[in-house]
Write a protein that binds this ligand. Structure first.
Ligand code: PLP
Length: 407
């Protein structure tokens, strides 16, 4: 038996994880025990500035007190009703999302991948019932380098061999085109195309920002050919890029918006699909569901998470701090850096291949008190919580500079 009251070292926790867990991750060896705002503390009491934000799930900062209070308060009332009954929280959550985003309807789920699956089902349904595509023939166009989750369908159209290897057979009905190429989208459309699924900035691919005007062209092509534009803003949405949605940078309104991650400020898995009545209005009782989707605890947490994001002006802070951070990173004159890019506080530093991979830089940063993660081998992603201050960015830069200048 493992005695949980015994004080352990980081190494002991690492050994427990490695001994008893599946090895489907390669984490940096830092064992976090507590967190507050942009800071996390490990079991030995060392403090680190979090520059990953749990892949942008803690945009509001770790353990935000208002979201925590909402979680605690709701946990004393009711946590789960299932959708067999109603709760006093769900409608209020829907209304708040509607008021914030303008979308007419909301379909709540839990993980991001589930929300993507839901959006794909909605798009197919729309294709058959509204556009008139023959049943079973719907095609959905997706982009190379995409990341939409780890379910069997979402990996079916991944271009990353490691995500797919030995997980087939795969879901048919998807066409891959290059990211950032609007002409490729137009060329790939057939009479059976029902939707185009796209990330406005590709996070997992290494913070890939498409050329200016791309999203606007995509919007236009989708409208002209009568296909739905589905935006996966699970990582880029809710303030990360300095606007509510990354699509807002080009004043583009997708037909279907997919959100997750920061929708709960990191307290709880909450995701949602948003659209107008023409798409989500097609669902009928029994078509789709989830036991935990839209539960009162999730709804209460998400309501607080959205309120905090807006009322504490985190989106404007992300815009200002993102610009500052990115400018300062771009000024580092390191022979290892190929490119610094990003939007708002979603920043990628791409290293030259001769630098030997981003992992060793992430490890060196950890040793100096900064947590970030390599993405796709050669990119360091900097995506701190949106509450970060200029002083904290300066503190980080003092440590990032020497690491990027090391041999
Ligand atoms: C994280 C992410 C997902 C998957 O979300 P999960 O909650 O891990 O299932 C999907 N799309 C994008 C763009 C993401 O960043």
């Amino acid at each position: 038996m493992v005695d949980a009251t015994v004080v352990r070292t980081s190494q002991e926790y690492i050994d427990l994880e490695d001994r008893y867990g599946a090895h489907n991750y390669h984490p940096l060896d830092v064992v976090i025990e507590e967190a507050d705002g942009v800071w996390v503390t490990d079991v030995e009491g060392r403090r680190y500035l979090d520059c990953l934000s749990a892949y942008s799930a803690v945009n509001q900062g770790h353990c935000h007190p208002r979201i925590r209070q909402a979680l605690i308060d709701q946990s004393y009332k009711v946590t789960l009703t299932s959708r067999a009954f109603r709760s006093d929280q769900l409608g209020l959550f829907y209304k708040q999302v509607h008021d914030l985003t303008g979308y007419e309807r909301v379909l709540p789920m839990n993980s991001g991948a589930e929300a993507v699956e839901t959006a794909l089902k909605a798009a197919r349904k729309w294709g058959y019932e509204v556009k008139g595509v023959p049943d079973g023939q719907a095609e959905i166009i997706v982009c190379g380098g995409n990341f939409h989750g780890r379910t069997t369908t979402t990996i079916s159209f991944s271009s990353e061999p490691a995500y797919r290897r030995h997980f087939g057979p795969f879901t048919p009905g998807f066409t891959l085109i290059p990211y950032g190429d609007a002409q490729a989208l137009e060329a790939a459309i057939t009479p059976n195309t029902v939707a185009f699924l796209v990330e406005p900035v590709q996070g997992e691919a290494g913070v890939v920002v498409p050329p200016p005007g791309y999203l606007r062209s995509v919007r236009q092509i989708c409208t002209e050919h009568r296909i739905l534009m589905l935006a996966d803003e699970i990582q880029t949405g809710l303030g990360r890029t300095g606007r509510l949605f990354a699509c807002d940078h080009e004043d583009v309104r997708p037909d279907v918006m997919i959100i997750g991650k920061a929708l709960s400020g990191g307290f709880y898995p909450v995701s949602a699909v948003l659209s107008d009545d023409d798409v989500l209005g097609l669902f009928r009782p029994g078509d789709h569901g989830s036991t935990f989707g839209g539960n009162p605890l999730a709804a209460a947490v998400a309501r607080a998470a959205l309120a905090v994001l807006v009322e504490e002006d985190m989106i404007a802070n992300a815009a200002a701090m993102g610009e500052y951070f990115q400018d300062q990173l771009a000024e580092i004159n390191s022979p290892h850096i190929k490119e610094v890019r990003g939007r708002g506080l979603l920043i990628g530093v791409e290293l030259k291949h001769e630098a030997g991979g981003a992992r060793r830089f992430a490890e060196a940063l950890r040793d100096r008190g900064i947590l970030c993660k390599e993405t796709h081998q050669h990119v360091l992603r900097f995506a701190p919580p949106l509450v970060i201050t200029r002083e904290e960015i300066d503190w980080a830069l003092e440590r990032i500079r020497p690491v990027l200048l090391m041999e």
